[in-house]
Design a protein around this ligand. Sequence first.
Ligand code: NOJ
Length: 742
Amino acid sequence: MSQHSCMSQDNEQAKSAEERAWELVSQMSLAEKIGQMTQVNGGSHELHQAIREGLVGSVLNEVNVEEVNELQRVAMLESRLGIPLLIGRDVIHGFKTIFPIPLGQAASWDIDAVERGAAIAAAEAASSGINWTFAPMIDITRDPRWGRIAESLGEDPYLCGVLGAAMVRGFQGDRLSNRESIAACAKHFAGYGAVEGGLDYNTANIPENELRNVYLRPFKDALDAGVATFMSSFSDLNGVPAAGNGFLFKEVLREEWDFNGFVVSDWDAIRELTVHGFTANDRDAVREAVNAGIDMEMASGLYREYLPELIAQDYVDEQQIDNMVCHILKLKFQLGLFDNPYTDPGRFPRCVNEEHLQAARAAAMRSCVLLKNDQATLPLSKEQLDSVAVIGPLADDGYEQLGTWVFDGESHHSHTCLQAIHELVGEDLEVRWARGMETSRCRNHDGFHEAVQIAEESDVVLMFMGEESILSGEAHCRAEIDLPGNQEQLIDAIAATGTPVVLVIMAGRPLTLQNVADKVSALLYAWHPGTMGGPAIADLLFGIESPSGKLPVTFPRLVGQIPIYYSRKNTGRPASHDSITHIDDIDGKAAQTSLGMSAFHLDAGFTPLFPFGYGLSYARFEYRDIETSATHIALGDNIDITATLHNTGDCTAEEIVQLYVRDLVGDVTRPVKELKGFRRIRLKPGESKRVSFNLHTDELAFYNRKMSLVTEPGLFHAWIGGSSETELGTEFEIVASPQVAD
Ligand code: NOJ
């Protein structure tokens, strides 16, 4: 079915859902309306009675299917109007079958795999009666200290938007009423990823222009993909906390974007408006939130407590309440809940079945990024080795490899790296194993001796280091983002044996690896890879497949470089390799000077450790012959930008070909590079392929000083390559009048 016919069917369905919702609203008492706007946490004693009285529209965190069915029964048969419940849950990167953390999935740059992962998560969650997930999280963040970077899709609005839309399609399927579809929620609107200092819940100050060009963009993509709901952010945006921010929800989301789903607050976020210092008390907080456009309140019960009097005193208009209730009821109709709100798990595919596991394995394999591979240390050859030492606290820990936001995944389903290596090598190799450290944060040396000993006895060492899952995610931010505990010391001790070291990192964020990258022969970044992380990583280490992931986020050398991201502005004094001075090279008593100086740190230079888009392969990919289909194009036209990709290596592999563009002059300054397209291409040894990207001039539009979305005529540079540092470039010009185009 084409996307278009699919959307028009949904529109038809939405229209009748809306009519049915209005009919129902007209029969509701005020208390019942406010009930629909109230979401409560599952498990309380009073819940059944509240549902019976029509005081609850949605329940979150109830995953026992018998209990969910019972709640639905009470709602349908024992409440006056028989309105079913939305059952919400954080299904973030899998339900029972856990996929890589979202940041890892983003490293796959694989639209189909990301969509499939969300579809599997939806089917498994739906088998427990869940009909609404609080995902995807599409906050742009450029700060790896922020623990929630793990849940994000990285630093780039284009990549995040494309993959976020894929998740929406995966969760929602082609119809919300399908048995295996659940409603998605684009969160957190907006600006949460820009919290100061990478500190969770902190303030974000983002100029409107930057907000629109960077932070709001993925949300617009999710909306265009048909996302059913939005969630407001906890954070304060430019002085107005999101849960009370009418600019975000009324002006942008409803008026400009014409969103016709509903908005839920974050947990207790309306009560927190007062803690922010935005309102004086709970009552005012409710008034601000409703008037800002937050349709449903999560967890605190404040709407029930204060809306009746606010409406009676005309602080809130009942017509507005009717609209909000209609938004909520419409989704219940679209999901088909009025026809059948009950779940029969027997009618769903079994959770954690073989097909789901294989999809999770493929996703994990594609999400790993090879950052270093000196002298082709990888792939390992079973034939050429006699023994391997497996060392590290994350080599055989089925729980930690699952990552953050895993409420329902179970570690006994996990296949660890140690297990997978044993399975893969069988009797061909001797596998020696030492944990080395009890946990990633361990600060003693108790396990070092044994680890060093097996490293000395083996041909190669595979170290599995990084962060436990609890070190990232909500409320788990770090001010230092190096390897925690004594890990660097353990790596030093193992490297000192002289046995080649392959370092596999599992982590919820980019870590600063400057101190260890030089000490190891190969470095594979596996994020938290999920249930099937072990077999996926083992396949890569032994060359069953080549690594193909690319970084969705820049890796700083040092924390002090943050924020560091590829699509920065040029500044008036951009740094270059020959314009920088190192702190150790400054003469004693040197006179103050800024002449000829540029934007760099004396102790870190200006480049990251690994740039956005970077990732190696066992194949060798070369790019050449970039060209455009025209030197000049008119506004409203398209241009093709094409280059040749050549596999000059000796294995078949996939490469993610990336297109970047720079608009040289803008009404507001434009980034030095912006991702505008990418494609996964599989090539055999010796094979080459012309790879073409078609760009419409609308795709080069940005918000100018007047907050208008414009494409400006002028000169553009374009590059194609295997990372954001590609230098294979060309240029073209956009002209205002069609007559001048060639
Ligand atoms: C708080 C988090 O910020 C949000 O992302 C999540 O969906 C809700 N709690 C519900 O658990």
